[in-house]
Design a protein around this ligand. Structure first.
Ligand code: FAD
Ligand code: SF4
Length: 470
């Protein structure tokens, strides 16, 4: 009878998985959400209305079959649900953890209008984690191997998405990465309180068993020449990300005590996990008054890492208001609970200090006319200068593309912003100006999301297979 109750959403409200209390979690680098219990996952999934034309599916960048797998979970059929999840997504357990669901699937859920959206992300994570715990693995026993092999440069979500689709279709992927572990920013960027590293280790074992080969600690263009790769493989996919740090362009950015966000985050990951992905030393915020500049996911991760390193205080200054923050609202709320102080509508104009940083000079802003992207431009309020005292400053203004030296020789064209030109809608999806080379993820669209990188990698794999005629 329960399964036929179409008004379940009225009786059963949205319930998110429990979180570790802020007091405890701000001392540890571990995921903050507990998993759903099976009964909870089923009753939350059962809230889905099965809309005729599900907006959540359209808003989800990989177009997951969301209502269908929610139905399977409500019936307790995890094995079917996990198969369905993997038809559209290569890393559902990762997306369930790190997608900004409030802006994607859950933001589009019909129930978001007052009743509380279905907890789509948490159910997606539940499905994959539970299936793996029960011993599930992708079944590739009926794959017929072709004689084609493809080099994938970059083991981030774009590269992994591409390799996943290729290997399931009998095309051998060999994935190169500079780093000693797969995942790209999933491993060397996103902190453990959002995504524990064991998740990627588990996925690596699964991919290897499926037939994906990883050549780690290997930089293409340095340890192995692109020329050789082009000779040895039938096609190439590049998913190399964006790694040029944006600067504020104001005085004081070079003062000691001012750090770029990513080396800071990676130094913490390196130290905790025994990697050495950056050559820089561990950057410790213990007892420091920390000011974080920026309002995206990277800024939030810096805030919460500094809190866990027992900073004396962490203040996040952002030039727009809270409504207009680009990061996930869920993570902003988590940061607040953990003790981060936000100063909205504050634009930095200088970092000040004699021999090292002493503070950040900011001006107040108000939102004015929309810019070319439709976002209101922050305008400075005259005479509103103030100084936020700081012993350390973390600059999280985002990333610009970082075209590789080999692009010219390999005839790979980039646009005026440095993004690789690889249109989705060309004859072969995501083909670059060199017909043998395809590209996707951040290096094509500019810094974005894990799930959009996965989508582009998967689509590029389709383009590659069309190109190879397999
Ligand atoms: P990357 O993940 O950057 O992977 C590129 C890989 O290519 C790297 O491993 C790199 O080592 C390798 N590579 C580059 N050049 C070479 C070469 N020459 N030879 C061999 N290997 C090479 N998105 C979300 O959806 N949710 C979040 O919560 C979120 N949080 C984030 C937090 C931080 C701190 C950052 C920086 C980003 C965050 N993002 C988040 C964005 C997301 O991580 C990226 O959009 C996504 O990882 C892009 O995937 P990609 O595969 O294009 O590139
Ligand atoms: Fe939502 Fe992301 Fe999962 Fe799509 S992949 S259903 S957007 S959590």
């Amino acid at each position: 009878e329960r399964l036929n109750n179409h008004f379940q959403f009225v009786e059963v409200g949205r319930v998110d998985p429990n979180k570790v209390p802020a007091k405890k979690r701000k001392k540890e680098f571990a995921e903050i959400y507990h998993p759903f219990e099976p009964g909870e996952a089923a009753s939350q999934s059962h809230r889905c209305l099965h809309c005729g034309n599900p907006y959540c599916e359209w808003k989800c960048p990989v177009h997951n079959y969301i209502p269908n797998w929610l139905q399977l979970v409500s019936e307790g059929n995890i094995m079917k649900a996990v198969e369905l999840c993997h038809q559209t997504n290569s890393l559902p357990e990762v997306c369930g953890r790190v997608c900004p669901q409030d802006r994607l699937c859950e933001g589009a859920c019909t129930l978001n209008d007052g009743y509380g959206a279905v907890t789509i992300g948490s159910v997606e994570k539940y499905i994959t984690d539970t299936a793996f715990a029960l011993g599930w693995k992708p079944d590739v026993s009926d794959v017929v191997w072709t004689d084609k092999k493809v080099a994938v440069i970059g083991a981030g979500p774009a590269g992994l998405g591409c390799a996943d689709v290729l290997v399931r279709n009998g095309v051998k992927p060999v994935v190169y990465d500079i780093y000693p572990e797969i995942g790209g920013l999933l491993t060397f960027g996103i902190p453990e309180f959002k995504l524990e590293k064991s998740v990627m280790e588990r996925r690596r074992a699964v991919f290897e068993e499926m037939g994906v080969e990883f050549r780690l600690n290997t930089e293409v263009g340095k340890d192995v020449a692109m020329e050789d790769i082009l000779e040895d493989f039938d096609a190439v996919f590049m998913g190399m990300g964006t790694y040029t740090y944006m600067k504020g362009g104001f005085p004081g950015e070079d003062l000691p005590g001012v750090y770029d966000a990513l080396p800071y985050l990676v130094s913490n990951i390196d130290r905790r996990l025994g990697f050495s992905a950056t050559n820089s030393d561990f950057i410790d915020m213990k007892d420091q008054r920390v000011v974080v500049l920026g309002g995206g996911d990277t800024a939030m991760d810096c805030n919460r890492t500094a809190i866990r390193q027992q900073a004396a205080s962490v203040t996040c200054a952002y030039r727009r208001d809270e409504e207009n923050m680009p990061g996930s609202r869920k993570e902003v709320a988590n940061a607040k609970e953990e003790g981060v102080k936000f100063r909205f509508n504050r634009q930095p104009i200088a970092i000040i200090g004699e021999d090292r940083v002493e503070g950040v000079k900011v001006v107040r802003t108000q939102l004015g006319e929309p810019d070319e992207n439709g976002r209101q431009r922050p305008e400075v309020v005259p005479g509103s200068e103030e100084v936020l005292p700081a012993d350390a400053v973390l600059v999280a203004f985002g990333f610009r593309p970082s075209p590789a030296d080999f692009f010219d020789d390999a005839s790979i064209k980039v646009d005026d912003r440095g993004r690789v030109d690889a249109p989705e809608d060309s004859e072969f999806h995501f083909q670059t100006s060199n017909p043998k080379i395809f590209a996707g993820g951040d290096m094509v669209r500019g810094s974005d999301l894990v799930v959009t990188a996965i989508w582009e990698g998967r689509q590029a794999a389709e383009g590659i297979m069309d190109y190879l005629d397999v």
